[in-house]
Design a protein around this ligand. Structure first.
Ligand SMILES: Nc1ncnc2c1ncn2[C@@H]1O[C@H](COP(=O)(O)OP(=O)(O)OP(=O)(O)O)[C@@H](O)[C@H]1O
Length: 263
């Protein structure tokens, strides 16, 4: 399977990806910035159409389904983006309960905007991420890490069977990082859901996940059980990710940059 983005150069963001994830399986996606982790998660969650090859979710090709059927299929997958799209003026309780929308009738959904339908369920989900005290806080008053966990609490309230999580720890301290990964893994195990989690923290990926998939420049570099991943493989994956020893002098700038052309 391959994928590219509409804008920019139309270069492939993913190329020749072969990946099968079984129910209940837990894997970490690692790789340098720009490797294609977010694009892969968006493709797996049926948010981004592949540009070639074959892709199936739960045995169905989502892009051959009707809009209605594809919508139904999407409810079986939950993508937790790195920055959750939470309406700023909403209360946390309402934002978290939005995960229930696919399970509610229109009237239940509208009524819940006025009076939250299941505040206890939202509180339980938030508490698992140590955020129960923010139940009635406004979303735009949360810190970055609190927003991130609020987005993950939504995942707990969904009924998805595939949990796709993009860099859940980017705004969290070490203790909360451990709690967050443990909670996600317990939840996935409890519902026998697949868990695919992109991480920049290679040590945590290796400590928590039995299968490690490494991406670089849109391709899978390795897909191995963690005990077969060596330090040399990791070093190689992140090779060239260090800042250059000599920052280019302004006179070396390409002509386009020098005149500020950005179109
Ligand atoms: N909306 C977009 N339009 C055009 N190109 C994009 C878009 N989103 C991502 N890309 C490009 O696709 C490639 C893969 O990006 P992607 O965000 O999937 O990488 P990533 O591994 O998640 O990176 P990071 O770790 O920095 O989040 C990059 O070259 C990026 O510049």
């Amino acid at each position: 399977m391959s994928a590219r983005h509409a804008g920019g150069t139309r270069a492939y963001a993913l190329q020749g990806i072969t990946l099968a994830v079984r129910p209940g399986e837990q894997l970490a996606l690692i790789g340098p910035s720009g490797a294609g982790k977010t694009t892969l998660l968006a493709t797996l969650s049926v948010g981004h159409a592949p540009d070639g090859g074959r892709f199936e979710a739960f045995g169905l090709d989502p892009w051959r389904l009707s809009d209605r059927e594809r919508h139904k299929l999407r409810a079986r997958l939950f993508l937790a983006p790195q920055t959750p799209p939470l309406p700023p003026r909403q209360r946390v309780v309402t934002a978290v309960l939005a995960a229930r929308l696919p399970q509610w009738s229109l009237w239940q959904a509208l009524a819940s905007l006025v009076r939250p339908a299941e505040p206890e369920a939202a509180w339980r989900a938030l508490s698992r991420f140590n955020l129960g005290d923010k139940l009635y806080a406004r979303v735009d008053r949360l810190s970055g890490g609190e927003r991130q966990r609020c987005g993950l609490a939504r995942l707990l309230l969904s009924s998805a069977q595939a949990l796709l999580v993009d860099e859940p720890l980017s705004a969290l301290d070490p203790a909360l990082s451990q709690l967050t990964l443990t909670t996600l893994q317990q939840e996935a195990a409890a519902r026998n859901a697949a868990l695919v989690c992109s991480l920049h923290q290679v040590d945590l990926a290796l400590a928590h996940f039995p299968r490690i998939v490494a991406l670089k420049e849109g391709r899978i570099v390795f897909d191995l059980p963690r005990d077969q991943v060596t330090q040399a493989m990791i070093d190689d994956l992140y090779l060239n990710e260090q800042p250059p020893a000599n920052t280019p002098h302004p006179v070396d700038l390409p002509a386009k940059l020098a005149v500020g052309a950005c179109l």
